[in-house]
Design a protein around this ligand. Structure first.
Ligand code: GYE
Length: 310
């Protein structure tokens, strides 16, 4: 007698994709919006998501990726906390033929074959846009004289910190050699607490700062507390430009405390899931899939605020 039990669920095509995702941490409003977006989109796509939070530590990300490899997931995606130091673990993934998709942040590697693509923003351009929008902010404020800039950098060694600083400096060196100067620059680790603490120190060592360029909104919001504690008016005595465009950034902007924000879109989930599917199916994808974003001045804050979902 022939086997009568027909098996309908055997085809590999309808097996859910298992995605291992190693997140940087929960350091900012941007990051939590990004995490929500990834989780929601994975659910929508019907993937099995293995999610791991590295709390801003590279060693945690490396062990998360190793555990994804051991579990033989279909695809690994991660947002690398810093740019260097990934080759060994990425080689392990390659040896097991597990494709790796970078999301949000890039890595530096000598072997291009160690990851398939990056889904994320152009941070160098965000830095340039921040400098360009600062020109407008200065003009609007009727600012005369030297521009003494304090820079709050993101996490040391992270792509957005390196590249935002680079893009900003590029415009500064080209167009503002004589009138702008970064008088202090230090990391605030992309957190509010970091921004607050470092800004307080900046104000003590350099009380004549009149511009703050913060690599993200959260650090700007932390810095605002220190500026106010020092008896100064954020957005007036110290003009502030930051990057991200999270809801609390827009709130501070609508209160006149941040002058302009360069948007960096955290809602990468849907795009990421699409790419994961293509990679899983062996389709070719572009090497860098860029996110679309805009710039906002203070007078647009109130109108834009209700649109901010994160
Ligand atoms: O700007 C910051 C977050 O990598 C683009 O990381 C991301 C940055 C974002 O902590 O708020």
């Amino acid at each position: 007698k022939e086997d009568s039990a027909s098996n309908t669920s055997g085809s590999s095509g309808d097996k859910a994709i298992t995605l291992g995702f190693s997140q940087v941490g929960a350091e900012s409003g941007w990051r939590t919006a990004n995490t929500d977006s990834v989780k929601e989109a994975a659910k929508e796509a019907g993937y099995t998501l293995k999610f791991s939070d590295a709390q801003q530590k590279q060693e945690n990300q490396i062990s998360a990726i190793r555990s994804f490899i051991a579990q033989n997931v279909d695809v690994i995606a991660f947002s690398p906390v810093v740019v260097t130091g990934w080759d060994a673990v990425l080689k392990e993934a390659k040896a097991k033929k597990i494709p790796v998709v970078l999301t949000d942040r890039s890595v530096e590697t000598s072997d291009e074959s160690l990851y398939v693509t990056l889904v994320g923003s152009d941070f160098t351009d965000e830095g340039r846009r921040a400098a360009k929008i600062l020109e407008k902010v200065l003009e609007k404020a009727g600012h005369k004289g030297a521009v003494k800039i304090a820079q709050l950098e993101g996490t040391t060694g992270a792509a957005p910190a390196i590249e935002r600083a680079k893009g900003f400096k590029e415009v500064m060196d080209a167009d503002h050699k004589d009138d702008w100067k970064i008088v202090v620059s230090q990391t605030g680790d992309f957190t509010r607490a970091g921004g607050k603490q470092v800004m307080a120190a900046f104000l003590e060592s350099n009380p004549d700062i009149n511009v703050l360029f913060a690599h993200n909104d959260d650090m700007a919001i932390g810095a605002i507390q220190s500026i106010e504690a020092a008896g100064k008016k954020p957005g007036k005595d110290i003009l502030i430009v930051s990057i991200d465009g999270v809801k609390d950034g827009f709130v501070a902007m609508s209160e006149g405390k941040i002058n302009a924000i360069v948007e960096c879109n955290p809602l990468l989930g849907p795009q990421l899931m699409e790419v994961v599917k293509k990679v899983h199916d062996g389709e070719s994808v572009e090497r860098w899939i860029k996110t679309k974003e805009g710039d906002f001045m203070q007078d647009q804050a109130e109108a834009e605020l209700p649109n901010r979902k994160y």
